[in-house]
Design a protein around this ligand. Structure first.
Ligand SMILES: [Mg+2]
Length: 211
């Protein structure tokens, strides 16, 4: 057993959904259903954690093809209306956004590592200023690979120029965290902001004053 303390990580890799941004697909689905001949339940099956969303978030289909599939199921609005309804379901997790800001003030590079899609990212970029405050973005639809598959973890290592325990990775999904462990990364399984902030501070050896 390795009893030596892990070295200080050189960069922090943040998952986005349920870590820096909370989200609720129910909001998007209700809005789409109000402009559709399909029921909210039918739309939920089509959109939320579905094969269609998986294809969209791995970049196998375009935004227009995603929209056309929902239109085929009964949505009556334009692509622009769909884009606004689909993406408007995010809320900032303020304490975690502050953590990122403080890490950057302390000179620690930070990155976004997310299973996501073009509509969500365009909306988030135009709505949340904090989203510009990262060194880089590793997004599933741009890499045609989704967490927890290994190729997108290799993309993180390539973009950061770091690997193994030089990376500290924060994600709320255990299967994603476990894939990080297999790469030798330091990890925090995110459950709630106070514990994550304390764990990051401990691993980065940053004092209370900074965080
Ligand atoms: Mg997440």
């Amino acid at each position: 057993m390795n009893t030596f303390p892990a070295p200080r990580p050189k960069a922090v890799i943040f998952d986005l959904g349920k870590v820096l941004l909370d989200f609720d697909y129910g909001i998007a689905i209700r809005g789409i259903a109000e402009n559709s001949s399909a029921s909210a339940e039918e739309l939920r099956v089509l959109i939320d954690q579905s094969p269609l969303l998986y294809r969209y978030e791995t970049g196998l289909i375009s935004t227009r093809e995603f929209y056309e599939a929902v239109r085929g199921a009964g949505f009556k609005g334009t692509l622009e209306q769909f884009s606004a309804l689909f993406a408007d379901m995010f809320f900032e997790v303020e304490s975690m956004v502050r953590l990122n800001q403080n890490l950057r003030l302390a000179g620690v590079p930070t990155y976004i590592f997310s299973n996501t899609n073009e509509l969500a990212i365009h909306h988030i970029l135009s709505t949340f200023p904090f989203f510009r405050n990262f060194d880089g973005f590793i997004l599933s639809y741009e890499h045609k690979s989704m967490k927890p598959a290994e190729p997108i973890y290799l993309a993180v290592e390539e973009m950061t120029g770091l690997s193994g325990d030089a990376l500290l990775y924060v994600d709320d999904r255990i299967e994603n965290v476990e894939a990080g462990i297999r790469r030798g990364w330091q990890v925090i399984h995110h459950v709630a902001a106070p514990q994550t902030i304390e764990a990051v501070r401990h691993k980065l050896l940053i004092g209370e004053v900074m965080m």
